[in-house]
Design a protein around this ligand. Structure first.
Ligand code: GDP
Ligand code: MG
Length: 365
């Protein structure tokens, strides 16, 4: 199976040739969502399309810049509180190590990561004075070590469509992330079929349908409340029959019980495999960065039930606790493949550990 990254190929905008709205008819409109669904999560109207894809030459700089502005609250913390902590150099003793630990934990990097950074400082500087530069360099090394991951590219099918299933709790950013992925694929000249598998909420089908139409993807829908596995089956079948490049399956984030949800996800996964034996090629777990440590407990249930292959960390722009990516890497044997940096379809970036760590600490790059 090949690895492919949509961000490295973006020369061919070919949306016009691909736009084939709605393979199976419009979803039925229902003003109210079915009972049992979360009342707190309102489905958003899709945002406007960006006027153009980011220029590839300035991509790295652009990514660093948007990551920096996304992480600005966390960066501010590292560059003010931590700076104050070691002003004029600080003797590395128990008192300092305790203080450092408490400061680090505030970024939501989790106790384990904070303890590792502290212990590395302890090992290297015990009984000596530590200065800001030393502290930052050591912390960066510790974080790189914790976060090191094999690859962030998507696994692609050697032949036929690549099927990507997207899972996560309600409101985590699944549908928006699907729109962002679709946008990238279409920009790269790929044909995309979407499966509106969140049949639990009528508005969710509608939201994805609007995105499909705007982005030039096909969409397969079912009636609200219909079997999501059947939608997933039909979408995968449509992608296969039409020899589409990509099929992305949306899923519900919540059912009446957690067991229902997990059973449903396994079923969806299984039926996709009936159409294309090695599919889904990716099961992406979308986590809400603003949920902080809760994102980690969410991830546990999903990664077990759906055999996730990677993480999309959405809403990294909206959190003062951008350190949460660190324990997510530490607690899960899953690579962080993408990060969400806003609500528009172009606000998705491939995750890169070094860039992330640099962005966290470098105040003026
Ligand atoms: P779903 O229920 O998991 O499908 O979540 P949605 O995709 O509907 O997203 C829920 C809300 O989060 C919407 O208001 C989105 O616009 C917003 N959202 C999703 N991703 C991002 C992101 O990366 N940054 C920001 N700021 N908002 C996001
Ligand atoms: Mg959704």
């Amino acid at each position: 199976m090949a690895l492919w990254n949509p961000f490295r190929k973006k020369e061919t905008p070919a949306a016009e040739t691909l736009a084939q709205p709605d393979a199976s008819g419009q979803p039925e409109r229902q003003p109210d969502e079915p009972p049992g669904d979360s009342a707190t999560h309102e489905l958003p109207a899709p945002t406007a399309l960006p006027s153009a894809a980011p220029a590839s030459t300035s991509q790295k700089v652009g990514f660093f810049g948007s990551l920096r502005s996304a992480l600005q609250n966390t960066i501010k913390f590292f560059n003010t509180d931590i700076r104050d902590l070691v002003k004029d150099g600080r003797l590395v003793d128990d008192e300092f190590l305790d203080e450092l630990f408490l400061y680090l934990v505030k970024t939501d990097m989790g106790n384990r990561s904070a303890a590792q950074i502290r212990d590395d400082i302890h090992r290297k500087f015990r009984g000596r004075k530590v200065h800001l530069q030393d502290l930052v360099q050591s912390a960066k090394e510790s974080i790189r070590q914790i976060m090191r991951q094999e690859s962030n590219g998507l696994r692609m099918a050697d032949t036929g469509p690549t099927v990507i299933m997207v899972v996560g709790v309600n409101g985590s950013g699944k549908t928006t992330s699907i729109a962002k992925l679709t946008y990238r694929f279409v920009q790269a000249g790929k044909t995309v079929v979407l499966g509106a598998g969140d049949t639990f909420r009528a508005a969710a089908v509608e939201q994805l349908t609007i995105w499909a139409q705007r982005l030039g993807a096909q969409i397969v829908t079912g009636k609200p409340g219909s079997d999501p596995a059947s939608v997933a089956y039909k979408a995968t079948e449509a992608a296969k029959n039409q020899n589409a490049d990509i099929c992305i399956i949306d899923t519900a984030g919540r059912l009446q019980t957690q067991t229902n949800l997990m059973d449903e996800l396994s079923r969806v996964k299984k039926v996709i495999g009936k159409v294309i034996p090695e599919a889904p090629h990716e099961v992406l777990l979308v986590l809400d960065a603003t949920a902080g440590q809760n994102a980690i407990s969410q991830a546990k249930g999903f990664s077990q039930a759906a055999d996730c292959t990677g993480i999309v960390l959405a809403k990294l722009d909206g959190t003062a606790k951008g350190g949460v990516a660190i324990p997510i890497r530490q607690e899960f044997d899953l690579p962080v493949k993408f990060i969400g940096l806003g609500e528009t379809p172009d606000a998705l970036a491939e995750f890169d550990v070094d860039t992330y760590v640099d962005a966290l600490f470098d105040s003026d790059r």
